[in-house]
Every structure is written in C-alpha cells, then in structure tokens.
Design a protein around this ligand. Structure first.
Ligand code: AMP
Length: 276
C-alpha cells in the first residue's frame, strides 16, 4: 500500500489514476477504523480504485471537545488497510487545514440538530472535505448514514459547487445489539457498551410504534425521549424530520427519519432510524 503524506504527491497520483481511466473512489475517515469504515471501503471497491484518507481534523472539534483524546491507532489502521488490499492511504500533514483563512459554511443546514450543540462542527467538516476533494477530485465519495446530517451537507456542497464526485450513502453498521459502530465507542467499557445499546433500541421502539400505526410526530418523539431518559441518556435532541432535513414532521410518513444525539457517561452518541 502506498502511504501518501504529501498533498502534491496525492494530487499527482490521483491525476495519474484518472489519466489511466481508473475511476477514483474516495473514503475520508478520522481513523481508528472499525467495521463501519471497512464496510464503506468494501462498498467503495465497487466503484473504482479506492483511496482512503485518515486525518483527525482539528477544525471539526469545538474548543471543549475531545480532539486531543480522540482515539487514534494509525499503525493498526495501516495493517487493516493492507489486509484489505487498499492501494492508497492519504495521511495528510497538519498544514492541510492549519492557517486556513477560507472556510466553507452552510448556515441554513448547520443551524439545526448537531449544529446547535456543535456550532463550528460542520464548517470544519465541509472545509476539510472540500480540501480533500480539491486534492483527489474523486469520481465517487462514500459517506456513512450514521452521520446523516453530515451526508446531507456534503451532498449540498457537491451540488452547490458543481463538483464531479458522486456522493454514495452507506447504511450504518451496528454491533449485534444495535449500537452504531463508532471510533468513540472505544471510550466505553464492555458494561457501559451494553447500556449504550439501549440508545438504538429506543429509536427502534419508536420506529416500531410507527409500524403499528402511530403517525403523530409529537407522540412518536415523546415516546423516543421517554425511552432514552429511562435508559439514563442525557438527550441533546431527538427529532423527526423529512429525509431532506428541511422540516420537523407533525405527521410522520414512511421515509421520514428520527435523529437523536445523547450523552452517556460523558460519551456523546448519535444515531438515526428511518420510518418504514
Ligand atoms: P469518521 O472516521 O467517524 O469521521 O467516519 C468516517 C466515515 O465513516 C463517515 O462517512 C462516517 O459516517 C462513516 N461511519 C462511521 N461509523 C459508521 C458506521 N457505524 N456505519 C457506517 N458508516 C460509518
């Protein structure tokens, strides 16, 4: 595997791949790879030559957030990617974002859900993803639906800036108990992980209520909130929105989505479920 740490070299490799008419399939990550990432990578292989990036982006962490402690395991990630036969790992230098004067923002879609609790998060995400896209110019870029608002924002950025990349959404990979895999789960011991499983189970119970015929947005939301509180979560938000994240739903339809973020033992979990 080619580990690329220079921006100029990554640009050249990507250009050369495209010249040789290989389609480039890009998967940006912050590392500490788990099965959720690996699923994105496997999916990415279907679209072309895979480039994975690992970069813990300081710009997407708030001042009181866990940038310094964010789980990192570069050596093991390299081994994992080699085992998957990945050709290119881009591990950019800190300069990729340090001293940046120009940031990308989407005030409308960043001022809801996650954005209320992490006000500078999405400008950090959009800016780093745009930079990575400028360097790699991928044909395809794969993003997990676990971070649904991020996926919507990236899709809008790609549309707004006429970028070549086709954004491919990939379903959330979960532990057996339903807990969405996340690098931050490394903060939880086995006992706490078991309790954290109730987070998704609470969302699922709400989706089951819809299946059983309840369509009141208010009743479904209250039910989700009650379930989450019962399991000991401190809720940041639990909201039912349309798929485009434009409006909170009073009457819920199939295809709408329940999104939630909650804290448990100091760990912040986010997840979502579609109503079917
Ligand atoms: P991260 O390393 O957490 O920034 O995530 C990199 C990419 O992996 C993002 O597109 C995430 O949405 C995606 N991802 C993270 N966890 C999961 C998961 N459990 N299932 C599917 N995709 C995921």
């Amino acid at each position: 595997m080619n580990i690329i740490t220079s921006i100029a070299e990554m640009k050249k490799i990507s250009k050369d791949l495209k010249k040789s008419s290989r389609q480039v399939s890009f998967i940006p990550t912050m590392g500490k790879l788990h099965d959720g990432h690996l699923n994105l990578i496997e999916e990415g292989k279907k679209y072309g030559e895979v480039i994975v990036s690992i970069f813990v982006n300081p710009a997407q962490f708030g001042p009181d957030e866990d940038f310094d402690n964010y789980p990192r395991d570069f050596e093991n990630d390299v081994k994992t990617l080699k085992d998957l036969n990945i050709g290119y790992l881009f591990h950019p230098p800190a300069d990729i974002i340090k001293n940046t004067a120009t940031y990308l923002i989407n005030p409308e879609y960043s001022n809801r859900l996650e954005g209320i609790f992490r006000p500078t998060h999405f400008q950090g995400v959009l800016t780093i993803v745009m930079k990575l896209f400028c360097i790699i110019n991928p044909d395809f870029a794969l993003f997990g639906l676990k971070d649904y608002q991020q996926y919507i924002l990236i899709k809008k950025m790609v549309e707004d800036y006429f970028l070549d990349a086709r954004v491919i959404p990939v379903p959330t990979v979960r532990e057996k108990c339903g807990l969405a895999m996340s690098s931050r789960n490394a903060y939880l011991d086995e006992k706490d992980k078991k309790i954290a499983c109730n987070f998704y189970q609470s969302l699922k119970k709400t989706a089951d209520l819809f299946k059983a015929g309840e369509i009141s947005g208010e009743k479904l939301t209250v039910s989700a909130i009650k379930e989450l509180i019962k399991s000991g979560f401190k809720i940041d938000y639990a909201k039912i929105m349309d798929q485009g994240l434009n409006t909170e739903k009073r009457t819920v339809d199939s295809g709408d989505i329940l999104l939630a973020a909650a804290r448990f033992k100091g760990v912040r979990l986010i997840d979502n479920i579609f109503f079917e």
